[in-house]
Write a protein that binds this ligand. Structure first.
Ligand code: HDD
Length: 712
């Protein structure tokens, strides 16, 4: 597509959607054809010698259909195999011209189309959406200067400092090679064996043990570019930059017990949630933020900007919000779009460049390489979802599945026969040129000493958590290490925790029946002979801050109840007003409300009105809702006598969710909960909707966990 430079992407036009439209087909009202366009007369029977006869090899229609079917699958991604995608748009709030010449970050009237893919990391393509895991957060911006990919995660740091350790990390976390167990879980021997020997992983591991690793929804996660990148402005001046995505929906997690149950009740929980929210017009939004560090300040911090296991606390360099991304369209076809989309941190536009972060440098090789085997050759950029909006004009030719038809005899440069085309672009014409960084160094296999402090940031993270979050981290370690069969691995991990926080090590140790021991330096007992022994010693740089409120999720609650899922648990005989008014008010506030009743069909209110049931207690589970409302009426008696209804409420309570009842609705609470629990926070018995709405915004009442009094 030729770009109109004077009016690109403006006035709400969506050139990517237009481009995709040209490749989109709809069978509606059409005849069935073969792959050659021949109309098919019989798709029910193969061609045979007589009614009971043998099938003929001649049946090209059968052969074509089965051959295509035989080749329907492609290799899943080595990591991030399980994912969900959506289309959207990025709008810039203010020009970043001062720092970058990237056009989509210069002009506030430009709306840049995007495609986003969220993913888990370790599980296979069909695995659960809710394991304890990092989530991928990959955004493809279809800019007027070509595709720019921001391939990040929902955590701001990574496990390893050097790309050469990536295959080891992935081999350790994936199902174990001898029996392919466990699926989509880090709670097994090989993962913790590796981690317990890799002190650099501890910062990301702290995030992994926190509620960030069990997001409530893909819509309620932050995103991070992780590496330090560069912004380059028109004068060629460089600033370091870190990217952040901040969800307008708040940052929310699940309870671990809940996540495990969801894995059984609705494996597609996150995928469904994203799909339904977009389908129903609750478009999720994230603001894009940047932390900018002047080139001169490169060595100002007690950590290295090139080290991907470190973040820059927002308390030290504030995040400047510069734009907003809205996801507003579901893909038409999962395979064509979400499965075939190919991200790459090396898909850049002028104005953005790399740093020498050794993890990033290795990534720059891996992504194209993997697409070649995953998508079957070097032409994957021609797949519609991957096509850039500017036309591709170069001398690359041929290869599997080539679609572009290049005219002429010339496929080389320089040439005279083709008039020198395609031309190289001057920098002033938008030609990309790499940042000219001065490097004067020896070739070595070593890490910089500035990468050796592995514990000060994990300590800061832990200290910055709320009491509830700390408890979740302690329990997560105890769970994960409890699944580890080899006791010395558990012991090594507990010892490692001692380097971060004494209380954490002791609590986790206690739950595992172990006493943390401070090991002599170096701190691990199995060290590769790589000459970097020092990086296995424990030492902490002094950070200028002791507490970073920006790290806790407890301060990132939503301000409304948009797209929160509320179950109205009811049955025949429900009082009309208590039922209909609350339902309407919750819907008016943007909540997604479902009527759950003992059986499918309709609930009949006291006055005889009928309302369709969304799900029966047989198919519904409390774990897929954010809150429960029980309206009063004769319905409550029916519910009290129904074990599934009683369990529904008890389970919602156990997972610390807001529950509101009206009038005799509290009988169901009394049936489901022990007396001691009835006065807990987040139980609203006043019938006042505002109280309930305030509780839903609060998301969870984690204090309830402490009593652990409900056996649901
Ligand atoms: Fe990676 C996929 C994010 C380090 C090699 N990675 C992949 C995806 C995300 C990330 C979100 C899924 C993209 C999609 O939805 O298709 N990866 C990260 C982040 C990293 C990181 C945030 C560190 C900061 N990755 C990393 C390293 C290597 C890779 C160090 C290899 C040296 N990543 C890959 C890969 C994948 C991939 C094997 C698998 C599928 C794909 O690329 O397209 O090439």
């Amino acid at each position: 597509m030729k770009i109109n430079e004077s009016e690109p992407f403006e006035n709400g036009a969506n050139p990517k959607q237009e481009q995709l439209g040209k490749f989109t087909t709809d069978n509606q009202g059409e005849f069935m054809t073969t792959d050659q366009g021949l109309k098919i007369n019989d798709d029910q029977n193969s061609l045979k010698t007589g009614e009971r006869g043998a099938t003929l090899l001649e049946d090209f229609i059968l052969r074509e259909k089965i051959t295509h079917f035989d080749h329907e699958r492609i290799p899943e991604r080595i990591v991030h195999a399980r994912g969900s995608g959506a289309h959207g748009v990025f709008e810039l709030y203010k020009s970043m011209e001062k720092y970058t010449k990237a056009k989509f970050l210069n002009n506030t009237s430009i709306k840049t189309p995007v495609f986003v893919r969220f993913s888990t990391v370790a599980g296979f393509r069909g695995s659960t959406d809710v394991p304890r895991d990092v989530r991928g957060f990959a955004v493809k911006f279809y800019t007027q200067e070509g595709n720019y990919d921001l391939v990040g995660n929902n955590m701001p740091v990574f496990f390893i400092q050097d790309a050469t350790k990536f295959p080891d990390l992935v081999h350790a976390v994936k199902p174990e090679p001898h029996n392919e167990i466990p699926q989509a879980a880090s709670a097994h021997d090989t993962f913790w064996d590796f981690i317990s020997l890799m002190p650099e992983a501890m910062h990301n591991v702290m995030w992994l043990m926190s509620d960030r690793a069990i997001p409530r929804s893909l819509r309620t996660m932050e995103g991070f570019g992780i590496h330090t990148f560069r912004f380059i402005n028109d004068e060629g001046k460089s600033h370091f930059v870190k990217f952040h995505w901040k969800p307008k929906q708040g940052v929310l997690g699940l309870a671990w017990d809940e996540a495990q149950r969801i894995a059984g009740k609705d494996t597609d929980f996150h995928r469904r949630d994203l799909w339904e929210a977009i389908d129903e017009g609750h478009f999720p939004e994230w603001e894009l933020g940047v932390q900018i560090v002047p080139q001169e300040d490169e060595h100002k911090y007690p950590f290295d900007l090139l080290d991907p296991t470190k973040l820059i606390p927002e308390e030290m360099v504030p995040v400047e919000i510069i734009g907003k991304m809205t996801l507003n369209r579901n893909p038409d076809n999962f395979f064509a779009e979400t499965e075939q989309v190919a991200f790459h941190p090396g898909h850049l536009v002028p104005g953005i460049d790399f740093t020498n972060d050794p993890l990033l440098q290795g990534r720059l090789f891996s992504y194209t390489d993997t697409q070649i085997s995953r998508l079957g050759g070097p032409n994957f950029h021609e797949i519609p979802i991957n096509k850039s909006i500017p036309e591709v004009t170069n001398n690359q030719r041929d290869g599997m599945h080539r679609m572009q038809i290049n005219k002429g005899r010339v496929a080389y440069n320089p040439n005279s026969m083709g008039g020198g085309c395609p031309f190289q672009a001057m920098i002033s014409e938008g030609g990309f040129s790499s940042f000219e960084e001065r490097i004067d160094s020896k070739k070595i296999r070593r890490r910089s000493k500035s990468f050796f402090d592995h514990f000060s940031q994990p300590e800061l993270f832990y200290k910055s958590m709320s009491e509830d979050e700390k408890r979740h981290i302690q329990n997560a370690f105890a769970f994960e290490l409890g699944k580890v069969k080899i006791v010395p691995i558990r012991q090594r991990m507990v010892n490692m925790l001692l380097e971060i926080d004494k209380e954490l090590a002791q609590i986790v140790g206690d739950k595992l029946g172990l006493v943390p021991e401070r090991l002599p330096q170096p701190i691990t007992d199995s060290i590769p002979a790589d000459g970097d022994l020092e990086r296995y010693h424990s030492f902490k740089e002094k950070l200028p801050i002791q507490d970073a409120p920006s790290l806790t999720m407890s301060k990132k609650l939503p301000t409304d109840i948009q797209a929160r899922r509320i179950a109205i648990l009811t049955a025949d005989g429900v009082e009309d007003e208590a039922f209909t008014k609350v339902k309407k008010n919750l819907c008016d506030l943007g909540a997604m409300v479902a009527i759950i009743a003992p059986k499918h069909g309709f609930v009949t209110t006291k006055s005889g009105d009928q309302y369709p049931v969304d799900e029966s207690l047989l198919t519904a589970a409390s774990v897929v809702f954010d809150a429960v409302y029980v309206p009063g009426g004769d319905s409550v008696k029916i519910l009290c006598e129904n074990a599934d209804a009683v369990h529904f409420v008890a389970e919602a309570f156990k997972h610390c969710k807001p529950i509101a009842v009206n009038k005799n609705g509290k009988n169901l609470l009394e049936e489901a909960l022990p007396k001691s629990a009835l006065k807990s926070e987040g139980l609203s018995t006043t019938g006042n909707l505002n109280d309930f709405v305030a509780d839903i915004k609060q998301h969870r009442f984690w204090k309830r966990e402490k009593g652990n009094s409900v056996p649901a």
